[in-house]
Design a protein around this ligand. Sequence first.
Ligand code: PLP
Length: 374
Amino acid sequence: MDKKIMVTRSSMPDFEEYCNEIRELWDSRWLTNNGTKHRLFERQLKNYLHTPNVTLFANGHLALETVIEAMDFPPGSEVITTPFTFASTTHAIVRCGLKPVFCDIKSDDYTIDERLIEGLINDKTSAIIPVHVYGNVCNIEAIQQIAEKHSLKVIYDAAHSFGVTYKGESTANFGDAAMFSFHATKVFHTIEGGAVCCRDEELAKKLGYIKNFGIDGPESTPYIGGNAKMNEFQAAMGICNLRHLQEDIAMRKSVVDRYRMHLTGVEGISLCSEQAGVAHNYAYFPVVFHPAQFGADRDEVFHTLAEHEIMARKYFYPLTSAFECYRGTFDPGRTPVALEVSEKILTLPLYSDLSLHDVDRICDIILSCKKQQK
Ligand SMILES: *Cc1c(COP(=O)(O)O)cnc(C)c1O
């Protein structure tokens, strides 16, 4: 029996490397609150991303909630976003007291369909929160134009897109702000962690206060903040993992190339189209199964893989607009492309040290599900 293959597996630095990185914390006993590792990691990220401001967080979700909160949108105002995303994006909007308005996605890269955004704007709209889903870059030029025309803020959920560039520029630098997640399952991680990147110096300062109880000095607390700080051990993990990121992405690319070799052109299977001008991070490998042509549906493929101890993931299914907690609030039928993709998509196992032999085996099993057309 082959070993169980999970959909993802965290990249780890050498044990020794991490130990060396955290050694001085035993001497300094400075474990959190903007210590030396935190400051070093922040500087390294600014360099790596070529971005002026990086604010680190305990996780990506709190980073997103905090930047939405910091923008002081009118309570109850509307935010245009997509339901084809992780729970976090929609929940962050709702938890900040705002109303998500769902825009459909495009069927080739699953990002927000920019042609549909203006039809959703009204006088209550305050922001657009698009998602660079799977590391695919949204149409940032069109979105920027729409936002400027209607005076809306743009906050990118860039959780999937660390290491991705468009025309040579990191996704950190698009919109009014971009949020990264450094969760253990992401391409680049700090165990748990996240960041907000923004050009506006004042916004960056405010984020720094809000993530630390709103405190800006021993006797001064200008904001009603919470606690969303990254600690020194997380920052140390980030420092280690950043050293190996390019190598990791290159290994992921060879896995993705192998998947594409087997699955490109198979009748009834759609893969993400490659985007012009984008250097990818190969974060995920989503596959859409069209049962009429493939002869088997997504769930059949999912179960057959599971029988072989291969854990693919229905990512993203269901749509966030179909969650129980939002029952009666949204109509998933309003975003028909997203609804259809969510019912047909499967994300295949992908991590840097997944062997090409395993990829071959996974693809053999998938292709064995294909039924001959009568
Ligand atoms: C992972 C993720 C988040 C949340 O990040 P955490 O670090 O897990 O809190 C938000 N949005 C998307 C699209 C994600 O995949």
